[in-house]
Design a protein around this ligand. Structure first.
Ligand code: SF4
Length: 286
């Protein structure tokens, strides 16, 4: 049973009802259920973080954003829920010819190379490249799918309404946007906000890998279906991937999957699951 204060905190991020769910380790099926770990998370500590401002919880505009009209043609709608495909075995990533010859051994070289990149067709129609933003020594790396309309205009990932919600989600566990590094699978906006194609993501992968190498994050938060599928080389439904703990393939870096804020804006009931993800993320960063 949650206390009144905890319930207030949850209402602040738009969660009216909340219940534990069992999470298992995808990399180690024998590991104990994460639900056991969650039970030791001090909700009061997390709530304390969420209440550091004068008005804990999300601002009014976020609440308004959760009531977007279903007929909107905004990026959020295009990035909203899609039918969940049946579970399938992980997809093998195709081998592609490397088109990014630059040395990517420093932040400056990475950013410069992204801005000059024409390795895939996405470079032709985007307004500008969106390499990433944030603390280059952050413990937490957040990876989304690709720039949308607002991001393409601003040159920064996760802005607009979904970005505001992401910021508030982080704030609920005591993390400021400036304390994390945020980037996407692809650095150029796909036309009409379609999903990045497999080959586009593969061509852009060198940049993401170089960013991960420079950052050496403690934890990666994979946001949304497209991000999770590309990072984990999987096409399992994101609802399945959320229930498991992962490591970035080829590394020991823990990777947590959660829903995209745009999906949460359209499906407020999923915020309860996202809240659990946030609690686990908070614990992983300790
Ligand atoms: Fe280059 Fe990535 Fe943009 Fe494609 S999406 S042009 S690989 S920066």
């Amino acid at each position: 049973m949650l206390t009144a204060r905890q319930q207030h905190c949850l209402r602040g991020i738009g969660i009216d009802a909340w219940a534990e769910r069992e999470v298992t380790s995808g990399n180690n099926p024998a590991a104990e259920p994460v639900a056991d770990i969650l039970s030791v998370v001090d909700l009061e500590d997390i709530r304390r973080f969420a209440n550091t401002g004068d008005q804990p919880g999300f601002p009014e505009q976020i609440e308004q954003a959760t009531n977007l009209p279903q007929s909107s043609e905004s990026d959020l709608e295009k990035r909203g829920p899609s039918p969940v495909p049946p579970a399938q075995p992980p997809a093998a990533m195709p081998e592609v010819e490397a088109r990014i010859p630059a040395k990517l051994d420093s932040w400056d070289s990475i950013i410069e190379s992204i801005h000059g990149c024409t390795a895939c067709e996405l470079a032709q129609n985007c307004t500008q490249k969106v390499p990433g933003v944030g603390d280059r020594q952050a413990d937490l790396l957040i990876v989304g799918e690709g720039p949308g309309h607002d991001e393409d205009i601003r040159g920064e990932p996760f802005v607009g309404r979904s970005g505001q919600l992401l910021d508030r989600m982080l704030a609920a566990i005591g993390i400021a946007r400036e304390q994390v590094y945020i980037t996407n699978i692809v650095k150029c906006r796909p036309p009409n906000n379609r999903d990045p194609k497999q080959l586009e993501a593969q061509h852009c992968r060198a940049f993401l890998e170089a960013q991960i190498e420079q950052l050496a994050p403690k934890v990666i938060l994979s946001v949304g279906r497209v991000s999770a599928h590309h990072l984990l080389a999987s096409n399992l439904p994101v609802g399945k991937l959320i229930q498991q703990m992962h490591k970035l393939p080829g590394t020991e870096i823990p990777l947590k999957v959660t829903y995209h804020p745009a999906y949460l804006l359209r499906n407020p009931s999923a915020k309860a699951i996202a809240w659990q993800d946030l609690k686990l993320l908070h614990q992983m960063l300790q």
